[in-house]
Design a protein around this ligand. Structure first.
Ligand code: NGQ
Ligand code: ZN
Length: 453
């Protein structure tokens, strides 16, 4: 007997549909989508609109421990770089147990916000003295385990971090827990390939930034495997990074990347904040995903990505919660649009021919996020994983609206708590706004943070 659910209204790839019966198999893959069905007795009846779960394409899980605690003006020149010093102090102290407890509660909060899978950009690899753990994959396995226990999908992106600045500069003491040789990194990838084989799991390549790797390293890593695993990199987030790259190579970071590497749809360029017109064109043409993290980018004073031009040219994007100052699909998408409104002093900046801002934002971030994670998600259609969000149909703001206005209400006038139920791979992980382990996981998180901070 296949498992099934019945939705009064659902967002399908071809548009909104009424009375939708969705069936999925034991492995959580959708086997049937029947529009205009009558509600069968044995199907779960969803009490609100059903939409695909959102991929979170950028996370540094451990940073949740300090979220909201760096909002103190200790230095008149506070910047991304002074924040990074504070973040490195936390890095110096964390143990594997703490990282697992922090990540598990974080992932529960992600699920409650409507994210059903996360790309973990994982660079905290080694012990606090910079030496590898007895199991060099210890920390990677802890974040995987945290995802398993929370019930969220994960694309694990073990990060190659080798240098402290453009041109192969030596790393700083604060970076010693991150560092690999190319060989050590490729061994880690090989080890983790087995851990990332199950449903809802994927392994990807990841370069911390152009500051942290050389061109030779990028080529060697990409040449080591013929498969289509995703490739992520932080790029052009801060003006200083652009200036340093110009001083080193006479090219801007995105220009340098496209001049030297064959970037294609496997790539996710995280932030890409400081992109000029030629760089926007290169990104769009390559089919790479722009990994936008609006709340973190605002928090760190990065600048604004040229999203209007990028979207108008057909660029692909997804969203990430990155430093986790916010865990909210609503806030990421809302601030993506609001940033552009503030910049252009106009309304309704990001949309397609359908003109609906929230609909465009949500659909684009589903597709871009699924591409960036290399996962079979983001669509309620046969063959996709049953990763679904049920919005609160009883909420007065959602009571008498339909189609993309549902998303307009949620994303521009609603809150996280409009997310009622969440399913990952055919299993309900959030019901009536709650995760079964949230209290116990919250206690473990608090204890880990107390010990670490
Ligand atoms: C990170 N985070 O690696 O955690 C970075 C900051 C860096 C964000 N950019 C450090 N949000 O880029 O060197
Ligand atoms: Zn990041």
């Amino acid at each position: 007997m296949p498992k099934s659910l019945f939705a009064p209204t659902a967002l399908l790839p071809e548009g909104w549909a009424q009375n939708v019966l969705v069936e999925f198999d034991r492995s959580g893959i959708i086997t049937k989508v029947h529009v205009g069905a009558s509600a069968p007795q044995d199907a779960v009846q969803c009490q609100g609109p059903v939409i695909p779960g959102m991929p979170n394409l950028h996370s540094h899980a451990f940073q949740r421990a300090m979220a909201g605690l760096a909002e103190v003006a200790l230095n008149p020149e506070d910047s991304f770089w002074t924040w990074r010093d504070v973040m490195y102090r936390l890095v110096g102290r964390l143990t594997p147990d703490q990282v697992e407890d922090i990540a598990r509660y974080l992932y529960i909060d992600m699920l409650k916000a409507g994210y059903t899978a996360v790309a973990e950009f994982h660079y905290l690899h080694h012990d606090s003295d910079g030496r590898p753990y007895a199991d060099p994959a210890e920390m990677s396995r802890r974040v995987l385990r945290a995802a398993e226990r929370a019930g969220i999908g994960m694309t694990l992106l073990p990060v190659l971090y080798a240098h402290g600045g453009f041109g192969g500069r030596p790393p700083s003491d604060g970076q010693k827990r991150f560092i690999h040789s190319t060989d050590g990194y490729l061994k880690l990838q090989e080890t983790l390939a087995k851990d990332c084989q199950g449903p809802g799991r994927r392994l990807g390549f990841c370069f911390h930034s152009l500051r942290a790797v050389t061109l030779e390293q990028i080529k060697e890593v990409l040449g080591s495997s013929a498969d289509d695993r995703p490739v992520h990199v932080h790029i052009a987030e801060q003006q200083k990074e652009v200036d340093d790259c110009l001083a080193w190579s006479a090219l801007r970071p995105i220009e340098w990347l496209y001049d030297n590497v064959a970037v294609d749809g496997r790539w996710c360029l995280i932030h890409a904040t400081h992109a000029e017109a030629n760089e926007v064109t290169a990104m769009v043409t390559s089919g790479a995903v722009a990994g936008l993290c609006p709340t973190t980018e605002a928090n760190l004073g990065d600048g604004l990505f040229p999203a209007v031009d990028f979207a108008a040219a057909g660029g692909r994007f997804g969203i990430g919660s990155d430093s986790h100052v916010s865990l909210s699909v609503v806030e990421e998408l809302r601030w993506l649009e609001y940033g552009q409104r503030l910049k252009h002093e106009r309304r309704n900046r990001l949309h397609d021919a359908n003109k609906h801002v929230a609909g465009y934002l949500y659909r684009s971030a589903l597709a871009g996020g699924a591409q960036a994670l290399g996962q079979n998600m983001g669509r309620i259609s046969v063959g996709s994983r049953a990763d679904l969000v049920v919005l609160d149909g009883q909420h007065p703001l959602l009571a008498h609206v339909e189609k993309d206005d549902i998303l307009g209400r949620w994303l521009f006038a609603g809150l996280n708590r409009m997310v009622k139920d969440v399913m990952v791979g055919g299993d309900w992980v959030v019901q009536d706004g709650r995760h079964a382990d949230e209290i116990e996981a919250g206690r473990a998180f608090a204890a880990a943070v107390k010990a670490a901070i």
